[in-house]
Design a protein around this ligand. Structure first.
Ligand code: AMP
Length: 392
């Protein structure tokens, strides 16, 4: 999927100089102040275990001069990230992210492409029931206005905010908008957050939403979605899944046009996302109908003679496409030996025998290995007769 969209892998070290994150994420960002593992190494350097993947990718991009030479770079990473958190369901101190970054395009359609890739990946992973939330945090000037509005709106009710948000009011006011504390949510619900975007940023966002509508990618606008990091500009998005409980974000991302320059590189617009793989795994089993139909004891497609092997391959591929777990004989060996080996490997399983007659008549001979019983079943009824009844 990543190759279809033109992404190449980049691997960055698990440790970086701590300043890589301080400079990029914002010294006030909680991921830096509260969650980053930071220590001094033997040379007295301040090192961090990477809490996220974007800043290291940008550091590498600048170090290798790609910010000046490449017109467009599409990069993806996959690996562990570290955050000092209190572990709970869906929140770990070491977890894995798959992330993509595209550098060199300011087009709103690039945002759309990145969002589509995340949606396609979730579909490929057979996750259903996710919701795409979308917002625009505007440019730096827009954000300044938004910060002022939040500070003015909440300043008088500061005592109604949670202790963390009282600090955020000074250090990272926009982060208050995604605080989960009911008291804070009540305070922010009454804030009017519309109208802070300049005409350019509004136009950009309209093209993003228009294109997503055209592509029939469903989304929900959420003016409170700010993603808590300093480096976002314009489009911000998050995919949530209610089945995950309190930690319901599967992944998120957006645009960060100022980040490369902020980290000492050229002025290169960028966009990307990161998705949490442990949460992807948590969201998967909750969905029905995705488990392979495992015939108790196993299933094997045998052939009477080698001429039927191509047909056996087609049958077993078709079965897998129907969600049935099975394997097939691919070797030139007598049926008797195939049956002996199948009985030994899966004494409670069943063998689907394909011979010339079966192929001509469009049927399969199904042999139950535990009883030796045989019956012929039309192919059209194979899945429901032999597999669906024996689910689990
Ligand atoms: P973030 O970089 O905070 O936007 O995180 C992107 C995604 O990584 C989230 O949507 C989660 O799926 C995942 N994630 C973030 N923090 C953790 C954590 N502590 N444990 C497990 N997954 C996490």
């Amino acid at each position: 999927m990543l190759a279809l969209y033109g992404y190449e892998e980049i691997r960055t070290p698990l440790i970086e100089e701590a300043s890589v994150f301080g400079r990029s994420l914002g010294e006030g960002a909680e991921i830096v102040t509260k969650q980053m593992y930071r220590f001094e190494d033997r040379g007295g350097r301040t090192i961090a275990l990477r809490p996220e993947g974007t800043a290291p990718v940008v550091r590498a991009l600048i170090e290798h001069g790609l910010d000046k030479t490449a017109s467009l770079s599409r990069l993806y990473y996959l690996g562990p990230m570290f955050r000092a958190e209190r572990p709970q369901a869906g929140r770990r101190r070491q977890f894995h992210q798959l992330g993509v970054e595209v550098f060199g395009s300011a087009s709103p359609y690039q945002d759309v492409e990145v969002i589509c890739l995340l949606c396609r990946l979730l579909e490929r992973w057979q996750i259903a029931g996710w919701v795409l939330k979308l917002n625009s945090v505007g440019c730096r000037a827009d954000r300044k206005r938004m910060v002022k509005r939040v500070q003015a709106g909440l300043g008088k009710q500061a005592s109604a905010l949670c202790p963390d948000c009282r600090i955020r009011l000074e250090k990272n006011p926009l982060r208050i908008l995604d605080c989960k504390e009911p008291g804070c949510q009540k305070q922010t619900a009454s804030l009017d957050l519309s109208g802070d975007l300049c005409a350019d940023c509004r136009g950009h966002f309209e093209r993003v939403t228009g294109s997503l509508e055209r592509l029939k990618v469903p989304f929900t606008l959420d003016p409170r979605l700010v993603r808590g990091l300093d480096y976002y500009t314009r489009t911000a998005f998050e995919v949530i899944h209610e089945g995950l409980g309190a930690q319901n974000a599967l992944g998120g991302g957006g645009r960060y046009d100022d980040l490369v320059e902020l980290m000492g590189g050229a002025s290169v617009p960028a966009a990307g996302f990161a998705v949490g793989l442990e949460r992807v795994l948590m969201a998967r089993p909750a969905e029905a109908g995705r488990q392979a139909l495992q015939r108790r004891g196993g299933a094997f497609v045998a052939t009477v003679s080698p001429e039927q092997i191509p047909e056996a391959v087609a049958l077993v591929e078709w079965l897998r496409a129907q969600g049935v777990a099975a394997s097939a004989n691919l070797e030139d060996r007598p049926l008797k030996r195939q049956l002996e080996q199948a009985s030994k490997a899966m004494p409670q399983g069943c063998v689907l025998i394909l011979g010339e007659d079966e192929i001509r008549q469009g049927v399969v001979t199904v042999k139950e290995l535990s009883t030796g019983q045989q019956r012929q079943i039309p192919r059209s009824a194979l899945v429901e007769t032999v597999f669906e009844g024996s689910k689990g």
